[in-house]
Design a protein. Structure first.
Length: 325
């Protein structure tokens, strides 16, 4: 009986490890991109549990579980403090050249509006991206948002509303529907406090849950990658990607655009789920081109949403010679 139990567990662990290697966009396949740390932990516990018992083919079982742990560990290793950082923390040439950015999913059903308002008033970000904003959230935040001269919003009662606000000088802000669906992205061309033009892109694609494939999410992220790659300006990308930092989609996005990620070498800083620590995953992302400097990247306190706010302070290192699109 123990033989069947341990081999059954091992088979499940192996299958959930192998499924994301397929090209399938089915939600129940792609969802196994997310819990790599959890799968490695279950593999370790299974290995330790089977060691005291006499079993047939125990060396093969142990080897399979160790292989799973090594593979999953390799995927998440860059997001541990043991890895080398991609973005070094450095102060701007002058504090006056720094700009603060805040990205957060408010959770449409969340009613703790005053808790978020307190965070916004304390952080007072220069660039603000809010997701899942419906009519209720829009009304609750109206006074706080009034301090921003530039606001672009898509208010929706189906979890894909979006509000972008900034006090930086802006030469263009537009909402984009990369795949003509109902999950908008925002693209803005702004001037940093140092006088350099840069792009900001914010997005919130759909997650791989029941009823959704990841095909739309992956294509939307790819469309953002195309926008970023074709730009001659420094670029910052933020948002709830509904995709973990180590997925092949995110890796392709980074590689295609030559983007850097503050999480690498600093830890996961998991942003979801705020209420259940055992479920936490890094799905609220920030990426930047090499000509963007980083002063800080932080996870803020919970405010009733299932996501933590992600805050950053950055500056533009230098302006590229050709300020094209």
């Amino acid at each position: 009986m123990l033989n069947w139990v341990f081999w059954g567990l091992a088979l499940i662990i192996i299958i959930t490890t192998l499924l994301p290697l397929t090209s399938s966009a089915t939600w129940w396949v792609r969802m196994w991109d997310f819990p790599r740390l959890h799968i490695a932990g279950v593999a370790l516990l299974t290995l330790l549990a089977c060691l005291p018992f006499a079993m047939s083919q125990k060396p093969l079982l142990a080897a399979a579980l160790i292989a799973v742990m090594v593979y999953q560990g390799m995927q998440i290793f860059p997001y541990t403090p043991l890895a080398r950082t991609e973005v070094d923390i450095a102060g701007a040439p002058s504090p006056a050249e720094e700009m603060s950015l805040l990205s957060l999913n408010v959770l449409m059903e969340n009613t703790r509006h005053h808790d978020l308002i307190a965070i916004l008033e304390r952080e007072d970000p220069d660039v603000l991206l809010l997701m899942e904003t419906d009519d209720t959230w829009h009304a609750a935040l109206s006074q706080t948002l009034a301090r921003y001269p530039t606001i672009k919003s898509h208010i929706a009662n189906y979890h894909y509303g979006l509000i972008f606000a900034t006090r930086l000088e802006t030469s263009g802000v537009e909402l984009l529907w990369p795949l003509a669906d109902d999950t908008p992205a925002v693209r803005a061309v702004m001037t940093s406090p140092s006088g350099a033009a840069f792009n900001f892109i914010g997005l919130h694609p759909r997650p791989p849950v029941f009823g959704n494939t990841t095909a739309v999410r992956d294509r939307q992220i790819k469309e953002v990658a195309l926008m970023t790659k074709s730009s001659e300006r420094p670029t910052v990308v933020m948002g709830d990607f509904n995709d973990v930092a180590w997925s092949w989609t995110t890796k392709r996005f980074k590689r295609y655009c030559d983007l850097l990620e503050p999480r690498v070498g600093r830890g996961m800083m998991s942003s979801f789920h705020a209420e259940y620590p055992f479920m936490r995953l890094p799905i609220d992302q920030m990426f930047m081109t090499k000509d963007v400097g980083l002063v800080s990247f932080r996870r803020l306190e919970p405010f009733g949403s299932d996501h933590f706010p992600m805050a950053a302070t950055a500056f533009i290192l230098n302006q590229r010679p050709n300020d094209g699109q």
